[in-house]
Design a protein around this ligand. Structure first.
Ligand SMILES: [Zn+2]
Length: 237
């Protein structure tokens, strides 16, 4: 449903209440379409008007959970061109997934019925760089930053084992590793995926270009046909 303008031909404020995607592949396609609008400089800013704000006040039905890095350049509703009530967003530095993150994902998937979980990482990720620096120098990070470094460390070890040493290659591995962590640590999420009610996709965002590229998907068919999806990395289970 859309309201492209006011009577008389004057362009009014964008007002849309888009249909809610019901299945994982549809939800991913919707996110990918929004990202393409953002990249091309022609965003629609759907679901951001006062009418929609009132419409969703009584309940939320987000079609995707975003488990993203906290990086200030990674605002989910902006880069996927969405609005209020669309995305259930959980962000930590380096999209590390501890108990509260897992609980938040499970809430969205089980209580809200959200059909898609997206791990959103990005090039030049500071959390990955900090972890590499800690390993290289042997210096312990200060305070609770150590928890972030400890959570990223398995991805760094995996990259070493695979002979990957460029930061963006390590980021891709860390995104795939986070997808595995979510599924491995949350039997609730794994069951929803096994039943076809939900999918988990890892995407890598490029800060300068603004585009996302899938690097992992369970099941892989979720991103079939999506731009840049020719080489999805199916995480080992
Ligand atoms: Zn980051």
């Amino acid at each position: 449903m859309s309201n492209p303008g006011t009577p008389g031909g004057q362009p009014g404020p964008q007002r849309t209440t888009d249909p809610v995607p019901a299945d994982p592949a549809q939800a991913y396609a919707e996110l990918a379409a929004g990202n393409r609008r953002f990249v091309s400089g022609a965003p629609r800013h759907p679901n951001q008007d006062a009418g929609h704000r009132a419409a969703v006040a009584d309940g939320q039905h987000p079609f995707a959970v975003i488990v993203g890095c906290s990086d200030s350049r990674l605002a989910a509703e902006i880069i996927f061109d969405r609005g209020l009530g669309d995305l259930f967003v959980v962000r930590t530095a380096g999209h590390t997934a501890g108990p509260e993150v897992l609980g938040s994902v499970e809430y969205a998937v089980t209580v809200l019925g959200t059909p898609l979980v997206v791990v959103l990482g990005h090039d030049s990720c500071g959390a990955v760089q900090a972890t590499r620096e800690a390993v290289t120098t042997g210096a312990q990070p200060l305070g609770h930053l150590r928890a972030v470094v400890d959570a990223v460390l398995p991805s760094l070890r995996r990259a070493e084992a695979e002979g990957v040493d460029d930061i963006d290659g390590i980021v891709d591995i860390h995104i795939a590793q986070t997808v595995e962590t979510l599924l491995g640590q949350s039997p609730v999420l794994a069951a929803a995926v096994a039943q076809g009610r939900c999918a988990v996709v890892g995407v890598s965002y490029r800060l300068a270009a603004g585009a996302v590229r899938p690097v992992a998907a369970v099941p892989a068919a979720t991103v079939a046909g999506a731009a840049g999806a020719s080489i999805p990395v199916a995480p080992a289970t």
